[in-house]
Design a protein around this ligand. Structure first.
Ligand SMILES: [Mg+2]
Length: 174
């Protein structure tokens, strides 16, 4: 069996693209990619760390969009980042409603656990970058290290930074 690898887990909305407040990115024309993390993602790639998107998308569960719509948005996101030389290794989306008891919907850790099993990821040496408390909660529940971007108290994550450009490259130090 191959050695386990660290990974960089990434929330999508608010981290890789502009979040639409109180709504969902329902179609590619509503997608505004954010490339602030490209240098950090390139460093991860250079170290052969998989890049894994971890995203709640209950707009599907609500019937506001279809899984096809979601796939098209994700394809557009991947295409945008490929123009910057960044390829994502896996995308995990949970379309369950917040009201459903879902093992995958953040703050539950199921999406991280499933990706870790599929890609042989070492969770304790991985990081999850998000912009919601539920991201840090899911990351901690999965046993990985957490970064919150935004105005958060430092108790909520291992690293709290005011914006995407402030994430320290020391996260790659083992
Ligand atoms: Mg988010």
């Amino acid at each position: 069996m191959e050695a386990m690898t660290p990974a960089l887990f990434l929330d999508r909305d608010g981290i890789l693209n502009v979040r639409i407040v109180d709504d969902y990115v329902r179609s590619p024309d509503q997608l505004v990619p954010v490339f602030d993390l490209v240098p950090l993602l390139a460093l991860a790639k250079h170290r052969n760390w998989p890049l894994v998107i971890i995203s709640n998308q209950q707009g599907v569960g609500k019937g506001l969009m279809t899984t096809m719509d979601l796939d098209l948005v994700n394809e557009a996101l991947c295409a945008a980042f490929e123009t910057k030389g960044i390829r994502f290794d896996r995308i995990e989306c949970c379309t369950d409603l917040a009201t459903a008891s879902s093992r995958r919907r953040k703050p539950q850790p199921g999406m991280l656990l499933d990706a870790a099993a599929a890609l042989n990821i070492s969770l304790p040496s991985s990081w999850f970058i998000g912009d919601s408390l539920s991201d840090a909660q899911a990351g901690r529940a999965a046993g990985c290290r957490t970064i919150l971007v935004g105005e958060f108290d430092s108790i909520h994550a291992d690293v709290v930074v005011p914006d995407l450009g402030c994430i320290p490259t020391s996260i790659f130090d083992v």
